[in-house]
Design a protein around this ligand. Structure first.
Ligand SMILES: *Cc1c(COP(=O)(O)O)cnc(C)c1O
Length: 420
């Protein structure tokens, strides 16, 4: 499409946007004068659907009226509450229901999955991460290495961008695995990098890892609800993500788990256990020996935190109702338009470092600021443009297709132009 740099054109795109009604289903934060913020941080904390409060209230009422009986008698019986989420979550990340569950929080799941899938030997023990991995992932991996008696200085391999570049090149990962694959036990890679917004080819990464018998795990915190990772077909062994970023389920909410079907019935995998990954049929007989549930639910340890899950249930239903195909279609157009408007600024103070090809990014654009000048970000915030600054020198902006409009993007760039 030929884009135009005008508010009229942005409004025209809004008019023909098949998803334009979705925005009305969200609370958009406002300033003191009642003017809506331009919210570009759905990649950090998604906005609240208006429906969430009522759905949460249903559970509070059932608790008030039923007490413990709510486990079986609530409108949505709590004992299997997570099951109400599974199918929709699987649909969104392109997996089979047996491969997906919602449980625990993201960093906890990284650890639980590494307990099962990082099984180092004396010769095959190294872990590969991106040099720009999210800090929590790096800390999790380093602590796992130390827990098994390895020194991260030697056992942690970083997949780095080439000199003078920001983005990762898959050939470099190939080279690492070619050369050191016999010593590598695990690749743990962010499917969409939180800093650059680069969306990596999961299928290729899985093939590279598996060619040398390395387990492949993917952190999809910035992917779930943003891109279509087709987890089952990608062939990766496991993945985990949070639901409070693109999936709009509220601060610090729970995490999704994907474990590929090929591991679903393997009872020999080492794992940490609790009563909720024991089979439901005999869970309440209490004194039976541990018998693990098949599939991703086998990493579910505790009983269900219903008040965290209720907002996830609401949100996933919205995603499935709209459909990831349609969301992604709008997302590509919205971010392409955003990129077009930024390029029209012709500024030498800023530069987009996110890949240009829409197959290699989600909705986020990372704007690198010359001389790491953070004042630009602070000025945007003062003008009610909500973005985030990530050290050393990037403003991350995520126009999300669920509630951001083409006018949002236009107005944001107009303000940015004034500031520059
Ligand atoms: C947001 C994010 C996290 C946060 O983990 P929590 O355990 O939910 O606090 C971890 N890793 C990545 C890649 C993230 O983007």
């Amino acid at each position: 499409m030929d884009f135009e740099n005008s508010l009229a054109f942005a409004k025209h795109l809004d008019e023909r946007d098949a998803l334009k009604e979705q925005r009305n289903k969200f609370h958009i934060p406002k300033d003191k004068n009642g003017k809506e913020w331009l919210y570009f941080t759905g990649n950090s904390l998604g906005l609240q659907p208006k429906k969430t409060k009522g759905d949460l209230q249903v559970e509070l009422d059932d608790w008030a009226n039923l007490g413990v009986e709510g486990h079986f008698l609530a409108k949505n019986p709590w004992v299997k509450y997570h099951n109400f989420l599974t199918e929709n979550m699987a649909n969104i990340v392109g997996a089979k229901p047996i491969e997906v569950t919602i449980a625990n929080t993201l960093t906890v799941n990284l650890h639980l999955l590494m307990v099962s899938f990082y099984r180092p030997t004396n010769t095959k023990y190294k872990i590969v991460i991106e040099s720009d991995a999210f800090p929590s992932d790096r800390y999790a991996v380093e602590s796992q290495l130390k827990f098994h008696g390895f020194d991260p200085k030697e056992a942690l391999i970083e997949w780095k961008p080439r000199e003078g570049e920001e983005l990762l090149n898959i050939e470099d990962l190939e080279k690492i695995v070619d050369e050191q694959g016999n010593e590598i036990a695990l690749l743990l890679i962010g499917g969409v990098n939180y800093y650059t917004g680069q969306y990596l080819d999961l299928k290729k990464i899985a093939a590279i890892g598996h060619s040398k018998n390395c387990i492949v795990g993917i952190d999809l915190a910035h992917g779930a609800g943003n891109i279509q990772p087709n987890l089952h077909n990608s062939g990766v062994d496991f993945s985990t993500w949070c639901t409070y970023k693109y999936l709009n389920s509220g601060p610090g909410s729970l995490s999704g788990i994907f474990v590929h079907e090929r591991h679903a019935y393997n009872k020999d995998l080492p794992r940490f256990a609790g009563w909720w990954n024991h089979k439901l049929e005999s869970r309440f007989n209490m004194r039976k020996p541990f018998d693990v549930v098949a599939g991703a639910e086998g990493w579910h340890l505790s009983n269900v935190p219903v008040f965290s899950m209720a907002p996830i249930k609401t949100s996933l239903e919205m995603f499935v109702e709209v459909g990831m195909d349609k969301l992604r279609e709008k997302s590509i157009l919205l971010t392409d338009y955003f990129e077009f408007l930024l390029s029209e600024l012709n500024s030498n103070r800023i530069r987009v470092i996110t890949p240009k090809n829409s197959n290699e990014r989600g909705c986020q654009l990372s704007i690198q600021v010359l001389n790491a000048d953070k004042t630009l970000h602070n000025q945007l915030m003062k003008r009610n443009v909500i973005t985030d600054w990530r050290e050393p020198d990037v403003i991350r902006c995520a126009p999300v297709p669920m509630y951001n409009s083409f006018s949002d993007v236009y107005n944001m760039v107009r303000i940015l132009k004034e500031l520059l």
